[in-house]
Unconditional design. Structure first.
Length: 69
């Protein structure tokens, strides 16, 4: 199954597909199969790495074009 990452204009990163999410120590972070995962990219979430919509209160602007990979 393919994995799709979608960057919201001024919000989170949505991940759809069969993923395994691990923390910095290599521990698996529980996710629900078949359900999209939303990761924080503003840095203000109280539930990192997941988005808790803190970008709305912080005024996060994520409209700069992404850097080439």
């Amino acid at each position: 199954m393919s994995v799709t990452l979608t960057l919201s204009e001024n919000g989170s990163i949505r991940i759809d597909g069969d993923i395994i999410l691990k923390d910095h120590a290599g521990n698996t972070i529980e996710t629900t199969a078949g359900k999209a995962v939303f990761l924080c990219r503003c840095g203000h979430s109280a539930n990192k790495p997941f988005c808790d919509n803190a970008h709305r209160k912080s005024g996060f602007i994520g409209t700069n074009p992404p850097a080439a990979v």
